[in-house]
Design a protein around this ligand. Sequence first.
Ligand code: AMP
Length: 550
Amino acid sequence: MSQYPQSPLMGQMMHQPLLISSIIEHADRQFGKNEIVSRRVEGDIHRYTYRDCHRRARQMANALRALGVKMGERVATLAWNGYRHMELYYAVSGSGAVLHTINPRLFAEQIAYIANHAEDQYLFFDMNFLPLAEAFAAHCTTIKAYVMMCDRDRMPKESKIANLLCYEDLIDNNTDDYVWPLFDENSASSLCYTSGTTGHPKGALYSHRSTVLHSLASCSPDGLNVSARDVVLPVVPMFHVNAWGLPYSVPMTGAKMVFPGASLDGKSVYELFEQEQVTFSAGVPTVWLGLLTYVGQNNLRFSSLKRTVVGGSACPPSMMKTFMHKYGVETVHAWGMTEMSPLGTVCTLQSNHLTMSEEARQAILEKQGHTIYGVQIRIVDDNFKELPWDGKTFGNLQAKGPWVISSYFKGEGGDVLQDGWFPTGDVATIDAEGYMQITDRSKDVIKSGGEWIGTIDLENIAMSHPAVLQAACIGIAHPKWDERPLLVVVKKQGADLTKEELIEFFQGKIAKWWTPDDVTFVDELPHGATGKILKNKIREQFKEYKLPTA
Ligand code: AMP
């Protein structure tokens, strides 16, 4: 299958395909007694080991065989982070079928669209999603049966879904006598649809090889730095780019795994951190905002947490500082996307940075970071000409690597690569040391008088004001300048702040012409299915807005 020429002298190493099943086999053999702890949607805490997980994944693989699931066929999940979901990660992909993780925060019609597009054969769902499953089931044309992920005694007496099976029945009715099949490592393993803020979502189809390589690279010390000494709690959901690969990379290292289930509020996450002595976590800034608010209001401390990876949206520097200075927790800024499995860059320091002033180190850590080995990035202008790595020039960010997509599922959107590079849709700078900083999504950038204003910088400054909880900056049409920035702000509870004070706060922190023309206060900002602020919704909401300068 390789398109590259062969040397007359080939290496003499074993050829073992890089398969996802090898990860859970390794976790069982090497770290069999290490725990996986889950807060279940049933409400209780469930504990078992990697060995148990592997055994039940094999039972489920036998169940899938009995249900007639064939290699390459898609099996969907609609589930929070939990042990049964993890079993499916291995049972489905390990047996050669394709795990399609669906985001349950989508509307019923969107779920039906995605399930039909993926041609899902079975759909497994957490029991609290029964009403949602009932709402879309009639519109799904390919699903043969639905499996509710619970014990028999939790199954409903009756349901609108005729072909409803029970997860624990499938486990109980099958033995663990199952040998993971060997097949080509380039076979499809899992499928994630992009959030698709415009148009229909598109599918990123990962392979066993891409997943295993991504997991290996992401564990490295200047990647996510996960080790057997860690207790890892992925707050990022297993339906958001496979929880950033943690259900694969954590068992690879043998670290204890803690799954938070459906309870992602500050209180629940904090309690689980403390009960299970979590050392490492990962999630989007919105979740950390909830956690920090809860911990701050209740005067609490973290007794075990050492690091959190923040990605999915820009991490406000004020959040990094609060984590570090108030709680002694390191935040690691990372960037990636569904199309990149997701990890592209992680921000860690090099030895020559360690003697720098704290301020200089902080300035580096606020960037999205350097690529982990395997990924390459570059910035280009609109004619695809590469731009310099000077930390100032910004351009369209492109990426390539063995875990970056080459095309969308079913060829949707045609040929997506540009000269062999994947266009990320982000605008960024790269400095002389290779540290990348996202200025904006290209569709969010504000075009003012022929120049660009990056909204992330403005939002970060606003968020560093003590009275500001959240901020989003959008471009508003302007007769003279095309667009000018409007800052939409949620104040902290009980805080006092006027728009004049906030605009004044920008003075000296930014080029004068970048200063927002106006500020408007709102009670909350709209968030999408993966916890990101929905700029397109805010733009829609303020499309008639008149700036005072217009
Ligand atoms: P998704 O595929 O839903 O994970 O979204 C990927 C997009 O999220 C990227 O293309 C970026 O626009 C944005 N993103 C991810 N991580 C970061 C980050 N650390 N800073 C800024 N934007 C980010």
